[in-house]
Design a protein around this ligand. Structure first.
Ligand code: TPP
Ligand code: MG
Length: 623
């Protein structure tokens, strides 16, 4: 009997549907708001935060109880995780899709310490997030011996203050109402980011003695994004009219379909060439005739040619405008700026601080626009429509450039049957994803831009803004959580190093029955850093053949599939040919469509597809 059950479990590792709802509390009766932590829970409910990712801890046992036994584990519903790093990464993945915060609860000090890296990453990603922490009792007289003293640290936010937008530690339930409302307002104002509210055990566990009223949260909503002054719109239009070769650098923009459609209409109306970044979420159709070079992180040859030709650059919150000119044109950073007219539209400076350099190099800008790009584009289109200028401007010097996709389209996916390269794998995944409602939650390092076939704002969610290895699985699961009822297939393609660092995030997907597919680019190495070691050895005339030492994740080989299966995913033997990969992808799609989770270990040769060590190391070209 035992053997039969075990065998069955192997065949259907996935629970495609559960009879009862997930994690439902019983016998709640009619809960009343009676404790300090109930107040925090009540405000949180009013803010319509659907989920709270967490690892439990006694420092917030009062708040935990309020979510379960006062709120009934609903709005927000707990998303239990196996590591604080995953709790924050899942919230990051969720926030990237919805552009609204997911809540996170972190145990005092130690839980927060575990969470620091993905909080930094969420900061770099500009993802809204409301993090609840805990401490205390701050009143030493109320502390239980030993454990409460360990749980109490002064100014816990100081661990993360340099990479969050705001923090607070309210001292009364009334102050907690204000604190949570303000946290919500700040997290949801562009540029988005994480905020942190630390809940004193004393506050959480005290019975309410006075009335606490919860106001209508609508009256504490964030202000609409700023509009662009009309003068700036006129100036921008004049520059566009004058330009011979306008180039739009489509950077960090919204996930809304209407904004996507307007971006296309805008590029067409002004006849500009378009570039997108392979690090940011999908921002423009990659196969559109104006998207003239494949998406790239650092400018490729084709992208460089466009940047060189452009006399007007229109940056839509491009992440690293100064850096892109430095790489493409060899211009000195700020001293000798690019000799072009530059328009830069961004509100990122609202959030810049002196600790994190993720604001990047300071670019020279002729037409600064302090607004979100999609706001700017909407106003530009209104102006263009009002002026009744020709709806589509054709510029022969742009139109005649061959599209990057032309060399690829029509080619069947490779069928060599030999061990795959990353390129082979990428082209197979591209082929699989075409004409399917796929969301790529993440794509791995070295992934060729030519594998991008993005036709909507949810085609790709962008990579880890903070270069945070280990966030891939969490981001994928957070993305899949946000999209779970959308009919889209969420696929996270991630490196084996990234997977192994973040692997326990998978259990949350299984427990929470989140449909998702994870595909590993398994080169058995921290390969990105092999490239760095090769580069350094070359620079120092030392043997580059030793680049693999301290980098390979082999001997023993890790059984990646077993690690997924152990946590409730389906998955079979590793695949190492494009045919087997395609078969597995199709099978996975079927399983995920039924609500399941599927894992593929795609074994590839170590190596990157289209970029040599110069590119990967990001060394600056000297001209
Ligand atoms: C937390 C963290 N540790 C270390 C690094 C340095 N690092 C950058 S890329 C990389 C390798 C990632 O390996 P994998 O996901 O397998 O991708 P591959 O390099 O093999 O393409 C490492 C270790 C990092 N970025 N983040
Ligand atoms: Mg690897």
């Amino acid at each position: 009997m035992k053997t039969a059950t075990a065998k069955k479990a192997l065949v259907t590792n996935n629970r495609h549907s559960r009879k009862s709802e997930i994690d439902r509390p019983q016998n709640l009766g009619k809960p009343q708001m009676k404790w300090g932590s109930d107040v925090v829970a009540e405000v949180t409910r009013q803010l319509d935060l659907k989920y709270i990712a967490l690892v439990p801890g006694a420092s917030y046992r009062g708040f935990h109880d309020s979510i379960v036994n006062y709120l009934g584990n609903s709005n927000p519903q707990m998303v239990i995780c196996l590591h604080e790093e995953h709790a924050v990464s899942i919230a990051d993945g969720y926030g990237k899709v919805t552009e609204t915060p997911m809540a996170v609860a972190l145990h005092s000090n130690v839980g927060l310490m575990h969470a620091t890296m993905p909080i930094f990453n969420a900061w770099c990603d500009r993802t809204p997030m409301i993090i609840f922490g805990a401490t205390g009792p701050v009143d030493a007289y109320r502390r239980r011996p030993w454990i409460d003293w360990i749980h109490t640290s002064k100014d816990q936010a100081s661990m993360i203050r340099n990479y969050i937008k705001w923090d607070d530690q309210p001292a009364s339930p009334q102050a907690a109402v204000e604190s949570v409302l303000r946290a919500n307002q700040i997290a949801r104002s562009a540029p988005f980011g994480p905020v942190y509210v630390c809940l004193d055990v004393g506050l959480q566990e005290s019975p309410l003695t006075d009335d606490v009223s919860i106001p209508d949260p609508a009256r504490f909503a964030p202000a609409p994004s700023p509009a662009v002054p009309h003068d700036s719109i006129v100036k921008a239009l004049k520059a566009i009219e004058k330009a011979k070769f306008p180039l739009i650098l489509m950077g960090r923009v919204s996930r809304k379909q209407a904004d996507w459609d307007r971006r296309v209409r805008f590029a067409e109306a002004i006849g500009a060439a378009v570039l997108t970044s392979s690090n940011d979420a999908a921002s423009f159709p990659t196969t559109h005739p104006l998207h003239l070079a494949a998406p790239c992180l650092r400018p490729s040859k084709a992208a460089t040619a466009l940047i060189e030709k452009a006399d007007l650059v229109i940056s839509m919150d491009w992440l690293d405008l100064g850096g892109v000119f430095r790489l493409a044109l060899g211009t000195a950073q700020t001293q000798k700026p690019a000799d072009k007219t530059i328009l830069h539209c961004s509100v990122d400076s609202n959030r810049t601080n002196g600790w994190s350099m993720d604001h990047q190099a300071l670019a020279a800008v002729d037409i600064p626009i302090h607004a979100e790009p999609d706001q700017f584009i909407a106003q530009m289109l209104d102006e263009i429509d009002a002026k009744k200028t020709p709806k589509v401007k054709t510029r022969p010097e742009i139109k005649n450039i061959a599209h990057w996709n032309a060399a690829l389209s029509g080619k069947p996916s490779p069928t060599r049957g030999a061990a795959m390269t990353l390129w082979d794998m990428a082209m197979t995944v591209r082929e699989f994803g075409r004409n399917r409602p796929v969301t790529f939650a993440r794509l791995p390092l070295g992934w060729p831009g030519e594998a991008s076939d993005f036709n909507g704002p949810l085609s790709f969610m962008g990579n880890d803004g903070g270069g945070a290895v280990g966030t891939g699985p969490g981001h994928t699961i957070g993305t899949a959580l946000a999209l779970k009822d959308s009919g889209r297939l969420t696929v996270g393609v991630i490196g084996d190093g990234d997977y192994l660092m973040g692997v326990q995030a998978l259990w949350t997907a299984a427990h929470f029955e989140i449909p998702v597919m994870i595909v590993i680019a398994d080169n058995r190495s921290y390969f990105n850093d092999e490239m760095h070691q090769e580069r350094v050895a070359q620079m120092r005339s030392r043997p580059a053949q030793n680049r693999w030492i301290g980098q390979r994740i082999d001997d023993p080989r890790v059984d990646l599939v077993a690690m997924a299966r152990a946590q409730g995913f389906d998955g079979e033997a590793p695949v190492s040919t494009t045919e087997a990969l395609m078969k597995a992808l199709k099978k996975g799609a079927e399983i995920v469509a039924k609500g399941g989770r599927y894992f593929i270990d795609s074994v590839i040769e170590p190596g990157y597809a289209d970029t040599g060590p110069d590119q990967r190391a990001g060394d600056v070209k000297k001209k």
